[in-house]
Design a protein around this ligand. Sequence first.
Ligand code: GDP
Ligand code: MG
Length: 431
Amino acid sequence: NLSSSLKDALKKLAGKTVVDRAAVDDLVKDLQRALISSDVNVKLVMELSKAIRTRSLEEEPPKGMNVREHVLRIVYQELVRLVWASTEVKLEPQTILMAGLQGSGKTTTTAKLARYFQKKGMKVGVICADTFRPGAFDQISTLCTKINVPCFGNPQEKDALKITREGLAALKEQELIIVDTQGRHALEAELIKEIIDLNVLTKATHRWLVIDAALGQQASEQAKRFHEAIGIDGVIITKMDGTAKGGGAMSAVAETKSGIAFIGSGETIEDLERFDPDGFISRLLGMGDLKALVERANEAINPEDVDVNAMMKGKFTLRDMYKQLEALNKMGPLKQIMGMLPLGNMQLPEGVYDVTSTKMVRYRIIMDSMTAAELDEPSLINSSRMQRIAHGAGATPDEVRELIKYYKMMQRTLKGLRGGQGGGKFNMQRL
Ligand code: GDP
Ligand code: MG
């Protein structure tokens, strides 16, 4: 298990005052074992180890950082660097070609992406170029109907190029076209030829590779084949809501020298998140060192974003909560973060922790469909407004109600903090 062996290795470094070679070698060996068992490609692991070893021994630990923290920081930085290049996603007219094997989640992700761009105000259309899987058109057109996105396809036609050509003409009014392709089981020459032709025909702006988080060492090989064929410029990891850590996908990223654009985090159309390197690495390592977490906590928040004074005076609006959720979202499990903040022995209601990161994303989507006035003055939200907000966010009124309830609890908590004895120690900038 990655996290426990890493923790053991780091323990050996605790209390040391100079970085010694033997301890670093030990740590690197444990890290290698752990990464390989998490399906990170062997070659990649070797490159990583080399960088970590060299940097740990050659770089001066920053002031105030002990040896263990110094090495941990380097491990963390090297891992983040590897997946950092989060692919740029622009809201401009474009064509996106979906690549990946059957079952990886291409069709589901196509619909999720259509929804994502639609919510950003773009006119989106989908082409079903999968002529292989029975019911392929049904699957995608059902999803598209739900979100009111036009979907072009023809279940009788066997020529994917012909469909795509017609689809491009039929959807020429749309600003953004997503082409869902077939995957088959293995990388047959036929499949590769077809996707090359589709790439040429569509003059695709992006070629995104969809990879199942549970895919192991084969991820590198798949990525390599698709990359050689069409030049993959972004990776989407699906099924991150499961237990897999996505180590294989990390190798795919390295293979294509691209970045991770999105993460699929569930089976519904809303379960798509922009990739966040910190969250991904913390999960891969299965640990969050206190010091590193605090560092991230401080980096993640632009103090100017949160009007601390207004909040302490009693004004805490939905807008403030939105900013906080956004900042917290970058840092990982709420409970872990709250646990390390200097809150003294202050008690927070258990419900404050009850918001998962998926839920935070939902809350933000709902808040996106509120007006500025509502964000500033949540008491304006009566039941007809609630209906409108729910509708705009593709949510139920119950979800909106739950959000308001959560907001009220946070507001009460803050009031309690201001009044209670914990107040003096409470550092809002860090929250
Ligand atoms: P395709 O063959 O590549 O088009 O894959 P599909 O889109 O048909 O997906 C295959 C299966 O994976 C379906 O049962 C999807 O519901 C499921 N799936 C796709 N993405 C996710 C995800 O992010 N999380 C979960 N839990 N399931 C997913
Ligand atoms: Mg499909």
